[in-house]
Design a protein around this ligand. Sequence first.
Ligand code: SF4
Length: 334
Amino acid sequence: MLKTFKLMFTMNSLQSPNFFRIATKYNMNMDSSYYASYLVLLETSELANRVQTAWQHLESCDVCPLACGVNRLGGELGVCKTGANAQVSSYFPHHGEERPISGRMGSGTIFFTRCNLRCVYCQNADISQLGFGREVDSNSLAEMMLSLQRRGCHNINFVSPSHVVPQILAAVYTAAQNGLRIPLVYNTGGYDSVEMLRLLDGVVDIYMPDMKYGDDAAARKYSGIKDYPRVNQAAVTEMYRQVGDLSLDDNGVALRGLLVRHLVMPNNLANSEIIIKFLAEEVSKDTYVNIMAQFHPAFRAGDYLELNRRMTPQEYRHVINLAAVYGLSRLDQG
Ligand code: SF4
């Protein structure tokens, strides 16, 4: 079954009668270089199957790699403190993302409350760790997507989605039935389950993962997470397998592909070279990378002497130079 779907995504298959029938039925723009691949999954019932499969993972939760084993459908809560419904803190057209994501009309951003990481320097700790937001069912979440599309957003941008993949799939299923047509962006801290990501194959168009740490000990100390580099690299590898390098339309807006974010930390705490080397040698030298300079000691970072400052221009330049040395040339220019 899955093999069949993959074949449907090749360029040749875009000329197939089946694709034209689906495109016509859902009013897809045949002149555009983008088509909503999740509509193909909707048409063939595969999207419904994915929702059902994902939902089963909530019974003994392993939706993210923490694998808490709690029954979220029965009201139990794990590390992410999220039950059967997702929680959302805000949704709006975001003009401050990378240029290919925000474009001219903005990215239709939906900020999920809570997170599976517990970064001591989190800049959105009120949302991710203190729980600011409100519970929404999948119908409400679908309506948020549709309203962002009506406002002209280029895409739907799910921020901190790793702990609510089943809820996202259910909402996409409803939204697609009711007219959703724009690309979906999975904007994640990068601690994602490969099994869950496989359920998003053909649903998500643009993956935007953080690669926070090349160093396991730093991830444990500053994000309360074990084995981050291995889990993160496996997730990014799966994302790239699904969508490849970032492709843009004639206006420079992202259609499909991988966009990696790496936040440079003071005192090289992230061990950036491991990440740069991995992307260049194990993923693709054409990976679109945003090497971010905006670290500041937010939330509880002041408790750690080595984190309690911004990084220096020299520290940032060092990582930019590393990208050049390893042959990564698609760096975000802001
Ligand atoms: S999604 Fe939440 S409950 Fe499930 S394994 Fe991850 S942190 Fe635990």
